[in-house]
Ligand binder design. Structure first.
Ligand code: TMP
Length: 204
């Protein structure tokens, strides 16, 4: 790996097991002596985490305001945390990134794809992950994993909303086959980790 680092994103709908994979993948890389950090969106840096609070708990957020808050958090998080880590040659594993914005704000909320993509490009200063692991699962199965009580603002959206999110992710996976690797999130977590680790180690 050169000094440019490696930017990896983990994507998928609610309850797909992203956080577990981020955690275990980071541990495996660390155990192999690979310089690695894990982070998440929205959030990952102090200001972006404050924006996350608004996004997760806020009431009455307009669709366009929601989009711009996700992107504001992204712009801040990238400059504050991701870019500096990549500059020193680290692997950065990020729980969600731009594909989530396309899937949620465009496919599920209905904002025009081109507009969302243009604004997202500005927010991320054209930085793209080298690899995206997409954990795919039917939302009906995924929601069996999340208790009703503990659901946040977006998790509380309808099943139809989450089906559109999945459609969005699958559209992106088809469009960008070189970057996005589809993983079956219904498989045991150890099996998913093994596949993910193989993909990452190939790039290092
Ligand atoms: P999390 O549950 O994976 O921590 O993500 C928080 C929520 O934010 C989740 O419901 C997905 C949503 N989200 C978007 O709607 N757009 C985005 O750009 C990102 C990064 C997350």
């Amino acid at each position: 790996m050169d000094k440019k680092g490696l930017f990896i994103t983990i994507e998928g709908g609610e309850g797909a097991g992203k956080s577990t994979l981020v955690e275990s993948l980071t541990k495996e890389l660390f155990a192999r002596g690979v310089p690695v950090i894990k982070t998440r969106e929205p959030g990952g840096s102090p200001i972006a985490e404050k924006i996350r609070q608004i996004l997760i708990q806020g009431v009455g957020i307009e669709v366009k305001a929601e989009l711009l808050l996700f992107l504001a958090a992204r712009a801040q998080h990238l400059q504050e945390k991701v870019v500096p880590a990549l500059k020193v040659g680290s692997v950065v594993i990020c729980d969600r990134f731009s594909d989530s914005t396309i899937a949620y704000q465009s496919f599920a909320r209905g904002l025009p794809l081109e507009e969302v993509e243009t604004l997202d490009e500005i927010a991320r200063s054209h930085l793209k992950p080298q690899l995206t692991l997409l954990l795919d699962i039917d939302p009906e199965d995924a929601f069996k994993r999340i208790s009703l009580k503990g659901r946040d603002r977006l998790e509380k959206e309808s099943l139809d909303f989450h089906k559109k999110v999945r459609e969005g992710f699958l559209f992106l996976a088809k469009r960008d086959k070189n970057r996005i690797v589809l993983l079956d999130a219904k498989r045991p977590s150890q099996e998913v980790l093994k596949k993910a680790l193989e993909m990452v180690l190939e790039l290092i």
